[in-house]
Design a protein around this ligand. Structure first.
Ligand code: G3I
Length: 480
């Protein structure tokens, strides 16, 4: 389980912004190293082609370099692990657990009780409640028992809520044959077998609001009941299979809605995990560079939830490269952070820069304990320059809403008034570089006065880096 450690300031200084995108970051910084620094998990599935040995070696190289948590796309599901009654097959899951241990990764188990990918022999018992209960209990006892201490968290129940109205999914064999209490039983049995594993309820379309007639609203009522009844549930997994809103105006999911679910779950001491993220475009349309950059911003907004909400710790993407993705089955495309040629997309850059520039509020550290301080933390960007003893005219500083001290200690200080940037504390010539949130160089200048005119830069959020001699300061600035 992830160690709890005080969060250290993210030292932005080692990032080098080259002309290209993928060269924009220092070689020693990866999503994984920055996830570790921020005490969160960032991961991706090992897809079925990996298990079959049908992938280029680069896929695995990227996976173990960039991610610190892993889940099998299909190989730990009911049909894969118990294809015949009481005959278990752990080979593929063992291969993934071995890979994870060799590469120091956390392991997600997906999924124990689900209406889909259930072998036909189970459906034979759909009218026999006691038999179905014993089938489910036996499956959990064997599968969770086999990987006890090796699988850190389980999707105990997956997609048990109907998609269209706030009620249980009626056509699930488990619901039909047992009733909704199959859920309570599944959690209790899993916890009995592996008391150290984190146990999640996992579902999709949970990013569409928490009003009572929304899926997440219905789920919240169930979680409150499970918690009250002492059911050992520790987390909710939000699959977060979303569509780029400009290509599908009907898609109503949003990061803000998912954050509101996280905040409600925090009140119940329940974690929120993003477990199957992809942000697709409708199939068949032309996806432009600006579409991909907008997609990157959405990826970043979901990552913000994991960084900023104290009860959120996992950001798992349902694939590595667009070349191998289930999305085509959903009439979507290009939903991941690497392209068909395994090259990083703007989405990779967006989340990388976000991780590099994130500086958590000093008083809270994400810890692994579930029962941690979950009082809603004020996550709005604070103007930390107020502590800067050289701080001068506060009205000038208030003109931006996102100046945050990000870099290592330095004699330099940065202030902005409108479009005039001032750098104080320098003893030699000052070089200023401005980057967009994907780490692309936008503007560069230098002088000895320390006063710089940024009026040529369009409105928006930027990373501003000032260097003078051995001193450097980096701040995120919102130019209005
Ligand atoms: O293993 C068989 C293979 O023997 C056969 O030749 C081949 C051709 O039909 O099918 C293979 O099984 C496929 C399986 O993936 C393994 O590749 C199934 O047909 C196919 O339906 C299955 O799709 C998976 C899907 O779950 C099933 O519901 C996707 O790969 C997987 O990405 C997707 O993942 C789900 C999560 O588990 C739950 N959340 C939603 C997410 C997307 O649907």
């Amino acid at each position: 389980m992830k160690k709890a450690h005080a969060l250290v300031g993210v030292v932005f200084g080692t990032a080098f912004f080259g002309a290209g995108i993928s060269s924009a970051f220092a070689a020693d910084e990866t999503l994984r190293s920055l996830a570790d620094k921020n005490n969160i998990y960032i991961g991706a599935i090992l897809n079925s082609q990996w298990f079959g040995g049908g992938l280029p070696g680069e896929y695995e190289q990227i996976h173990k370099q960039q991610f610190n948590i892993v889940v099998a796309e299909n190989e730990m599901k009911f049909d894969a692990t118990e294809p015949q009654e009481n005959r278990f097959n752990y080979n593929s899951g063992d291969k993934m657990v071995k890979y994870a241990k060799e590469n120091g990764m956390r392991v997600r188990g997906h999924a124990l009780a689900w209406h889909s990918q259930v072998p036909n022999w189970v459906n034979n018992y759909k009218n026999d409640k006691q038999k179905l209960l014993s089938v489910l209990k036996n499956h959990i006892k064997n599968v969770v028992g086999h990987w006890k201490g090796q699988v850190d968290e389980w999707d105990v129940v997956n997609e048990a809520i109907s998609n269209n109205e706030p009620m249980w999914r009626s056509y699930s064999v488990w619901y039909q044959g047992i009733g909704p209490e199959f859920i309570d039983s599944a959690f209790v049995w899993t916890h009995e077998v592996d008391p150290d594993a984190e146990l999640c309820y996992n579902d999709y379309n949970l990013e569409q609001g928490i009003n009572p007639n929304a899926k997440a609203g219905f789920l919240l009522e169930q979680v409150k009941r499970w918690v009250k009844n002492g059911i050992p549930i520790h987390c909710v997994g939000s699959q977060t299979h979303v569509e780029d809103t400009t290509t599908d105006k009907h898609f109503i999911g949003s990061p803000d809605s998912l954050r509101s679910l996280a905040k409600e779950l925090a009140k119940l001491n329940i974690k929120l995990k993003i477990t199957e993220l992809d942000i697709g475009f409708k199939s068949g349309i032309n996806v432009s560079q600006s579409d991909l950059e907008r997609q990157g911003q959405t990826f970043r907004q979901y990552l913000d939830i994991i960084l900023e909400e104290p009860n959120a710790d996992t950001y798992l993407i349902w694939g590595v490269s667009d070349k191998w993705s289930w999305l085509s089955g959903l009439n979507r495309q290009k939903g991941l952070i690497y392209d068909d040629n395994l090259k990083p997309k703007p989405a990779f850059d967006s989340i990388m820069v976000r991780l590099q520039t994130y500086e958590p509020p000093k008083d809270t550290a994400k810890t692994d304990s579930i029962a941690k301080d979950t009082t809603a933390k004020d996550t709005t960007a604070k103007d930390t320059t107020a502590k800067d003893t050289t701080a001068k005219d506060t009205t000038a500083r208030d003109s931006t809403d996102a100046i945050r001290l990000l870099a290592m200690p330095s004699s330099l200080s940065m202030h902005i008034a409108g479009r005039t940037l001032s750098i104080n504390g320098a003893t030699s010539r000052i070089k200023v570089d401005v980057f967009d949130m994907q780490g692309r160089p936008i503007f560069s200048t230098e002088n000895s006065s320390g006063i710089f005119d940024l009026s040529k830069i369009a409105e928006g959020l930027y990373i501003v880096q000032a260097r003078s001699g051995s001193h450097k300061i980096v701040q995120r600035v919102n130019l209005k």
